[in-house]
Design a protein around this ligand. Structure first.
Ligand code: AQP
Length: 344
């Protein structure tokens, strides 16, 4: 079985896009309960807190968000005997490998990263100067996250395509300069739900940190809020329930959401709602999303009542992740010619 690794940033609460684009696939990728050894080698997931500090942040909120997101991942179905879950900053090898790979990735590669280009374009000229070095460099941290675990597959949403490409490029370059060291990973995307769009701005992806509360369905939103947001989702002119991302981005987004939560294909959804009004369709989408999220919300309520247990699991995860990552880091530093430290 291919080893799987992926992560999520504690920049806010998990939304439906995170869940459909990534987390649900993580849950499905876990192998059946096996021996502890097998568990550690197959499905590895991480709350990537070091990625949450590239823009200004509030320390108390970060701590809280990290724990809440870990709890949500457990509620979503990451199980202790089937996968490994930890917090990125608890495993030092991530930051250490980043330095080494900073000296392999190029300035030009990072400057071409879409997120950097978009964010710098949004800032005024002078303000680009105040973006942090971490914001420019975080793709290399992400490369390290992936390569540290000899990852074969990275289940992510569509917005992460370019980052996984960078991980491939850096791994191939490192291997050709210093000998076979890293496994070259590939990204895997869900067949439907790889890019869930904002309900109010269907040309922008649903996002944790964009300020669009009405356009973003949070996994923990109560049924009334979900219903309200879906009912007020922007739709398109005309009345046909047809999938066409260019001509009908709003309706297409709802079709994809409905398909992703019910398991229906786009063609099936179009058939089911052929000749129906937008209003009827929206009620059906809202009901389906509410039912889909109900069990996760119930499990979250149970787990959140015992944060000590969540922290225990994260500690076990960090120990296991360290045991996997340290030898890979040592392999890379040795290949690069850094003098191995001998015991005194
Ligand atoms: N709208 C989305 N549709 C499908 N998948 C999505 N993902 C994010 N947004 C969507 C996937 O969720 C995983 C975790 O995302 P992340 O924490 O790395 O954050 P992100 O991709 O930068 O997007 P967010 O959640 O909107 O956070 P902010 O606003 O802080 O940038 C990834 O696999 C991602 O593809």
């Amino acid at each position: 079985m291919a080893r799987v690794f992926s992560g999520i940033k504690p920049t806010g609460d998990m939304h439906l896009g995170n869940y459909l684009g990534a987390v649900r696939r993580w849950v499905d990728s876990q192998p059946a309960p096996a021996t502890p050894e097998a568990r550690q080698h197959e499905a590895i997931f991480c709350v990537v807190d070091l990625h949450a500090i590239t823009m200004p942040w509030d320390p108390a909120e970060l701590t809280e968000s990290t724990l809440r997101l870990a709890t949500m991942l457990m509620a979503a179905g990451l199980e202790e005997d089937r996968s490994l879950l930890f917090v990125q900053s608890h495993v030092r090898a991530h930051a250490e490998l980043t330095w080494l790979l900073n000296c392999v990735a190029s300035f030009g590669e990072l400057r071409r990263m879409t997120q950097f280009k978009d964010k710098s374009a949004k800032q005024g000229d002078g303000e680009v100067e105040s973006l942090t070095v971490g914001f420019f460099d975080y793709p290399v941290l992400m490369v390290s996250d992936i390569l540290l675990y000899d990852t074969a597959e990275v289940p992510v949403g569509d917005d992460q395509r370019q980052h996984v490409e960078l991980a491939r490029d850096v791994a191939i370059r490192f291997n050709s300069r210093f000998g076979d060291t890293f496994v070259v990973p590939k990204a895997v995307f869900p067949p439907i739900g790889a890019r869930v769009m904002d309900l109010q701005r269907p040309d922008a992806k649903m996002s944790k940190s964009e300020d669009s509360p009405q356009g973003t369905i949070l996994v923990l939103d109560d049924p009334k809020a979900i219903e309200r947001k879906i009912k007020s989702a922007v739709t398109d002119s005309g009345s046909e329930i047809r999938h066409d991302r260019d001509e009908k981005p709003g309706v297409s987004n709802l079709i994809e959401i409905y398909g992703a939560v019910t398991g229906a294909s786009i063609a099936d959804v179009e058939k089911e709602f052929d000749g129906k009004q937008y209003g009827v369709f929206k009620v059906a989408v809202a009901d389906a999303v509410v039912e889909f999220l109900r069990p996760v919300q119930a499990r979250y309520a149970q787990l959140a009542a015992d944060p000590g247990e969540v922290e225990r699991r994260l500690a076990v995860g960090a120990d296991a992740a360290t045991a996997l990552a340290d030898p890979v880091l040592a392999r890379a530093t040795r290949a690069a010619g850094l003098l191995p430290r001998r015991s005194a």
